[in-house]
Design a protein around this ligand. Structure first.
Ligand SMILES: [Zn+2]
Ligand SMILES: [Zn+2]
Length: 768
């Protein structure tokens, strides 16, 4: 296998990016193309022998060439084609090259991350046959009794319940077989259509087909302006629209124009769980077009199917979370890229390749030469700066909510004052004002959303004696740990365990302080504690029945979350309590009260984006309120009622917040006024970690030109996670180019090897 058989002729050479951490950027490894694979195309997936023992390894052909500088005797041939779908489109390969270079990620791993594992494993495709009455009903005279049963059952169904899946219809008609239904299709009494499993599931949900009576003036103007740009090649647009101002309607009208022109629209949403809600809307509004959904929460078979449908060109609209930016839409067909809630941090991937979905979307639109539209009520300061200050994006504003909805009244409540009003010594996470408002809203029949961006029961476990000062930390991380209640593990009795939120390690809750022997205390707040307080204070709130806690402890996947949202939408659940998961883009008209238990959870984090996050979180969760004619109310509990981020979020004043925050960033020479690369060296051995970081730092300083500031090496704010010590180096420059040159040089020298022991994060969004 190592070399070509004697009688074989090499038909040139291929550069193959293998799916291992081998970082041969940008060229990949060279292999010979055997005669049998003469028609091998760039973008195809192949199996090649790798290393001394020729381990069969998958990779993508990224280039073909006729000659090579290498000794042709030593070049191994490609073993075979890996028949998993069509070749990647050229623009996707170009996108991979850019990601590999810009985000410092090996090309093979970048390509591997683009294609879902299910596609590579060829997990079976599922589709369903959906049956409906034929538009012009054929002769029904000679129907058999069983056929008549089918027709009667189907025609008795309300129009929104149709079409019905083939087997389900047979069951409804009380038949043990589907053949009477199939006969009716043959006779043109019924019609059959094939839908993907996901589309079928959506169709059976209540899909939102409502079209607003009239667009507002600003909506119309924006649709016209961006609509004009649809044929004009690449352009970037920021749609800054307050919550409930009708941004989605703008997206839908633009998608209408794109698909009418025979092109494909690609739309990204930040949260997996938001795709069913948005998907239902798109399917409802585009009944004659095919919508694909791509996200990592899909079952493998569904994912493969959706991906394949996009690749073979049968899809008009692609919707998905971050990874949908890699949808294999053929070159020349992409008509618009939309990034909804563009500020959302879940667009950034926190493992290799560490790309930002929004920025990759912009690059993808550039390659496809089509417009990209970013939308948000709280744009990231990067996007705002590009639109409002330097003009590289066109700015479009929707300053008002759609008619009939007004901005909710936001009330800031000083938590210290609230606590003073209590006479007892119990811990109250709900102050008197929030508590009263919850009671009134529930009595009126309204729904409540409560946000607390902290999981568990208590986030400090410490000795109550301040002179002792002992606090329980994680054995493997330099952080404190969180106490969680666990009713299940102890057979119904309330018990608990202590968990680290950085490495997931668990330990038992100690009873006494190991230093002085005092009984230990748990301090701080978490969603579980609020949940218990709610159940104690409101008889009508029963966990799991009328209220639900939504956080990553209680939700075990997209399906759980989707189910929670469905139950909330139906009115069965009266109150949702959760972390930031509930602050994102949800649209429930009966929410009359939004409460923020503690707005300060992020404000003190040692990260320059902490205030921006706080502003976004408070604004976004407030925006979930009052999405109907009933005015909504928002109560924000905080220990810092004077903090700018909280005050301005309460007065819905994004622009003032952005102006103030940007001035501060400019003064401190921070993004978006600079570009940043953060390199973290990780090692279980502290001395080795420091010396690696120092060596790298020295070499980077030698290679860097004068436009680059090198900061470090220094311990990361969390200096150890999961047993690995962490030392960071920050590189800053006013433009990305010098940083990119430096990274390329360091990569060529083999100094930077992204992997387990080193993280290279370009444009990082978390600095912990
Ligand atoms: Zn830990
Ligand atoms: Zn103690």
């Amino acid at each position: 296998m190592a070399t070509l058989f004697e009688h074989e002729v090499a038909l040139g050479y291929a550069r193959v990016a293998v799916e291992r951490g081998v970082d041969r950027f940008p060229d990949g490894l060279t292999y010979a193309i055997p005669e049998a694979l003469g028609d091998l195309a760039v973008g195809e997936r192949v199996i090649v022998p790798l290393g001394r023992s020729n381990v069969p390894t998958a990779g993508y052909v990224i280039d073909r060439c006729d000659v090579t500088d290498l000794d042709s005797q030593t070049i191994k041939p490609i073993a075979r084609r890996d028949h998993t779908g069509p070749a990647l489109p050229g623009q996707l390969l170009a996108l991979a090259r850019w990601i590999s270079s810009y985000y410092c990620s090996p090309m093979g791993m970048t390509l591997a991350a683009m294609v879902p594992a299910a596609v590579k494993r060829r997990v079976g495709m599922v589709s369903r046959t959906m049956i409906d009455m034929a538009a012009s009903a054929g002769p029904r005279a000679k129907l058999s009794p069983k056929q008549r049963q089918v027709v009667d059952v189907l025609s008795a169904l309300a129009p929104e319940k149709r079409p019905v899946e083939l087997r389900a219809l047979a069951r409804l008609a009380g038949l043990g077989t589907t053949s009477p239904v199939k006969r009716l299709v043959d006779r043109n009494v019924l019609v059959a259509s094939t839908r993907s499993a996901i589309e079928a599931a959506w169709v059976q949900q209540a899909v939102d087909t409502t079209v607003p009576e009239a667009l507002t003036g600003p909506q119309e103007a924006i649709i016209e302006r961006i609509g004009d740009a649809l044929n004009g090649g690449f352009s970037a647009h920021l749609l800054f629209g307050v919550t409930a101002s009708g941004k989605t309607e703008v997206y839908i009208r633009l998608i209408e124009r794109v698909v009418a022109a025979g092109k494909v629209a690609l739309m990204l949403v930040p949260e997996i769980a938001l795709t069913p809600q948005t998907g239902g809307r798109l399917i409802g509004r585009f009944p004659n077009h095919r919508v694909a959904v791509l996200h990592s929460g899909l079952a493998a078979a569904q994912r493969h199917q959706q991906w394949a449908l996009v690749a073979n060109g049968t899809i008009d609209i692609v919707l998905g979370a971050r990874s949908a930016v890699f949808a294999p839409i053929s070159d020349g067909r992409l008509g618009i890229v939309i990034v909804d809630e563009e500020h959302d941090s879940s667009y950034k991937q926190d493992q290799l390749p560490r790309y930002h979905g929004r920025d990759v979307a912009i690059r993808r639109a550039q390659l496809a030469d089509c417009p990209v539209l970013l939308g948000s009520a709280t744009p990231s300061l990067e996007s705002w700066h590009n639109a409002a200050a330097n003009g590289s994006y066109m700015l479009h504003r929707l300053n008002e909510r759609v008619p009939g909805m007004c901005q909710p009244k936001v009330q800031i409540v000083d938590f210290v004052e609230e606590r003073k009003k209590r006479r007892d010594h119990r811990v109250h996470l709900l102050g008197p004002q929030l508590e009263t408002a919850i009671g009134r809203t529930l009595d009126r029949g309204g729904q409540v959303l409560l946000l607390l961006n902290r999981r568990g029961w208590a986030n400090y476990i410490a000795c109550p004696d301040h002179r002792c000062g002992w606090m329980l930390g994680c054995d493997y991380c330099d952080t404190t740990v969180v106490y969680h209640l666990d009713r299940l593990r102890r057979g119904g009795r309330t018990g608990g365990f202590v968990r680290c939120h950085h490495c997931e390690a668990e330990q038992r809750l100690p009873e006494i302080c190991p230093v002085c022997g005092n009984r230990i205390s748990t301090f701080g707040l978490g969603t579980q504690r609020v949940e218990e307080e709610l159940a104690r204070k409101f008889g009508q709130l029963v966990e799991g029945e009328t209220m639900l806690r939504v956080d990553s402890d209680s939700m075990h996947g997209a399906r759980d979350f989707h189910d929670a949202l469905r139950r909330f939408g139906s009115g069965e659940l009266r109150l949702l309590l959760g972390t930031q998961m509930i602050a994102k883009g949800l649209d429930f008209p009966e929410v009359q009260l939004v409460g923020v238990i503690n707005a300060d959870t992020a404000i003190h984090l040692p990260d320059f984006r902490a205030t921006e996050r706080t502003f976004q979180l408070v604004s976004q969760v407030a925006g979930r309120c009052g999405r109907s004619a009933t005015p909504g109310r928002v109560i924000v509990q905080t220990f810092q009622p004077q903090a700018e981020a909280i005050r301005l979020a309460a007065s819905h004043d994004y622009e003032a917040f952005a102006a103030g925050e940007l001035a501060g960033r400019k003064r401190c020479r921070l993004p978006p006024f600079t570009r940043m690369v953060r390199i973290v060296a990780r090692d279980s051995d502290f001395t080795r970690c420091v010396s690696t970081a120092r060596r790298l730092d020295g070499r980077l300083r030698a290679l860097a030109d004068e436009s680059i500031r090198v900061r470090g090496p220094a311990p990361c704010p969390i200096a150890r996670i999961a047993g690995k010590h962490r030392q960071q180096i920050e590189l800053l420059a006013e433009t990305p180019q010098p940083l990119q040159r430096l990274l390329a040089a360091a990569r060529n020298e083999g100094l930077i090897k992204p992997g387990a022991s080193m993280v290279v994060d370009v444009d990082p969004i978390s600095l912990l």
